[in-house]
Design a protein around this ligand. Structure first.
Ligand code: 2P0
Length: 351
């Protein structure tokens, strides 16, 4: 009797143009396209092992060492079922391959960073799960094909199947076959682009993204403007900025899109607040840094962005990062002071 096993890891991604809202909650089809940078670093990843064995009675999953229920019809079950379907098709086309698609799977996944603290743990988690099963099943699928399945685990997960700069094209079909991720440019294209994560708080967030974004879809008028008038233009401008390595445009769109995402959260009834006073003080610091730089004839030096939590991500070019880290340390000496220094600030290159 053989056991088949694979272990892979997948990175976190941080959106510059934010995904917020679904037009189909079951298939996880978004109301707008989005664009992110994948962070390449050993310390912010999900590592997932998948095994299948004829002796396993049922599918089972452990998250950070604790068994998680796989609810029938839920997101985990959907991803596992879809991957088994792909394996079955592969077996039908390759009759010499072992027939393992009918076996139950056991999956163990570990995050090496706080889960659900606005650090995109579901993105790397579902990307790693789908990738681990694809590796276990030896599937020839492309990252874009796998992104169609990871998307059904968690929307932002579809972007974590690629490194570098990644777009999730919302698509228009009702079945979701054209709602997948594509790479805009590999990390090497703009290798001096760095990201600094300032861990303002690693507490679990108050309003989950899944429920928060649906409340926004149901109640925010501002979201409709964003979907129709703002994001389509920004997606085009941002892709050009990345291809041209135009940091000023990249930074301007990133900051404005973060601001608008938090504005639609505020426009939700009842309102949702993800940023706190420290987050806002970091916005002021970056704004001042950029103002002084522009006043002295330079361009923008940094771009802040915030997801569904208070932690700041600051994008900057490598040459400016030292100054930014020094500034954060100077103005925010107590930032997340419950944590050791090396956990307060994390510096990444795009990857
Ligand atoms: C993003 N976020 O584009 C945006 C910005 C949070 C703020 O994607 O319901 O955890 O699992 O599809 O992917 C968070 O949403 O939500 C998210 P589901 P997900 O990164």
């Amino acid at each position: 009797m053989s056991t088949y096993q694979a272990t892979v890891s997948a990175p976190v991604n941080i959106a510059c143009i934010k995904y917020w809202g679904k037009r189909d909650t079951k298939l996880i089809l978004p109301t707008n396209s989005s664009l992110s940078v994948t962070l390449d670093q050993d310390h912010l990843r999900s590592t997932t092992s998948a095994r299948c064995d004829p002796g396993f009675e049922k599918d089972a999953l452990w998250l950070n060492g604790k068994e998680d229920e796989i609810k029938p019809g839920g997101r985990l079950a959907t991803c596992i079922t879809e991957m088994k379907k792909l394996r079955k098709e592969y077996e039908d086309q390759n009759p010499n391959e072992p027939k393992i698609s009918g076996y139950s799977v056991r999956i163990a996944s570990e995050n090496n960073f706080p889960t659900a603290a606005g650090l995109a743990s579901s993105a790397s988690g579902f990307a790693a799960l789908v990738y681990a099963l694809a590796t276990l099943y030896k599937l020839p699928s492309s990252p874009s094909q796998l992104s169609l399945i990871a998307r059904q685990g968690s929307g932002s997960a579809c972007r974590s199947l690629f490194g570098g700069f990644v777009a999730w094209e919302m698509g228009t079909s009702v079945t979701g076959t054209d709602s997948f991720a594509v790479q805009v440019a590999p990390a090497e294209h703009w290798s001096d682009m760095h990201a600094l994560i300032c861990v303002v708080s690693d507490a679990k967030k108050g309003t989950s993204s899944t429920s928060g974004m649906q409340r926004t879809v149901e109640t925010s008028e501002l979201l409709q403007w964003r979907i129709k008038e703002v994001v389509p233009k920004r997606m085009k401008e941002m892709q050009k900025a990345i291809l041209d390595k135009d940091f000023d445009t990249f930074a301007t769109i990133t900051m404005r899109d973060s601001n608008q995402f938090h504005a639609v959260a505020l426009d939700t009834d009842p309102p949702i607040f993800y940023m706190n006073d420290t987050s806002r003080a970091i916005v002021a610091m970056v704004t001042e840094l950029n103002r002084v730089s522009v006043e002295n004839g330079g361009g923008l030096k940094a771009a802040y962005t915030y997801d569904a939590g208070p932690n700041a991500v600051i994008y900057a070019r490598e040459k400016d990062m030292k100054e930014i880290v020094n500034m954060v340390c100077h103005y925010f000496p107590l930032l997340a002071s419950t944590q050791p220094y090396e956990d307060r600030f994390k510096l990444f290159s795009a990857g």
